[in-house]
Structure formats: structure tokens, C-alpha cells
Design a protein around this ligand. Structure first.
Ligand SMILES: [Zn+2]
Length: 101
């Protein structure tokens, strides 16, 4: 995976007939990700994770398998890591304000 120094990625939600690949749920090319507009929010988020992984993955072999595994694992790994990074006074105060006010 390349570095994750992103300046801008454009996410476009498109009807199926406007997708670059008619049978794809998502598509990533250069700095643009396409997601099919008619999918439910959970599916859109999952596809976004998959396509986002493709954006960073510059290897040529097993690209699809790596993206599928990332789609499966990254959301929970990311959430656990957020909890770990939030174990400090400032973050806990922020959470308290957001949750209880
Ligand atoms: Zn893919």
C-alpha cells in the first residue's frame, strides 16, 4: 500500500447506467471513486471502503482479494483503533459533550 497522503478524492454517486462499469457497485480511477447511487447506505459504505483501498493499493497481483479483505476487516480495525486513540482526557471530554449534550 502506498502512503496515505491524500489531497483530494472525489466520490461520485451515480445511477447504474452512468457507471464506468455497468455491472460494478463501485469503481476507482485516479482520484475519483464512483459508487452506485441506488444501493443502501451500508452497502455504499462497504463499497467505499473497498474502492478507497484500491486507491492506495498500487500492487498488481491479488488486488481484488486484498480490497475485499480490507472491505471486511478495515471498518472494525479502524473502530478499535479509534477507541485506543481516544483513551485520553481531551477525547473523552469530547465524547462526553457529543453523547450527553
Ligand atoms: Zn475491487
Amino acid at each position: 500500500m502506498s502512503d496515505n497522503n491524500i489531497d483530494k478524492i472525489v466520490v461520485q454517486f451515480k445511477p447504474r447506467y452512468m457507471m464506468t462499469n455497468f455491472n460494478a457497485f463501485g469503481y476507482c480511477k485516479n482520484d475519483t471513486i464512483e459508487i452506485r447511487k441506488d444501493l443502501s447506505l451500508p452497502v455504499k459504505l462497504s463499497i467505499l471502503t473497498h474502492e478507497f483501498y484500491h486507491y492506495f493499493d498500487k500492487k498488481s497481483k491479488f488486488r481484488e482479494i486484498r480490497a475485499i479483505l480490507a472491505q471486511l476487516v478495515y471498518p472494525i480495525v479502524g473502530f478499535i483503533w479509534i477507541i485506543v486513540l481516544s483513551l485520553n482526557r481531551d477525547r473523552i471530554e469530547l465524547w462526553k459533550k457529543r453523547i450527553f449534550k
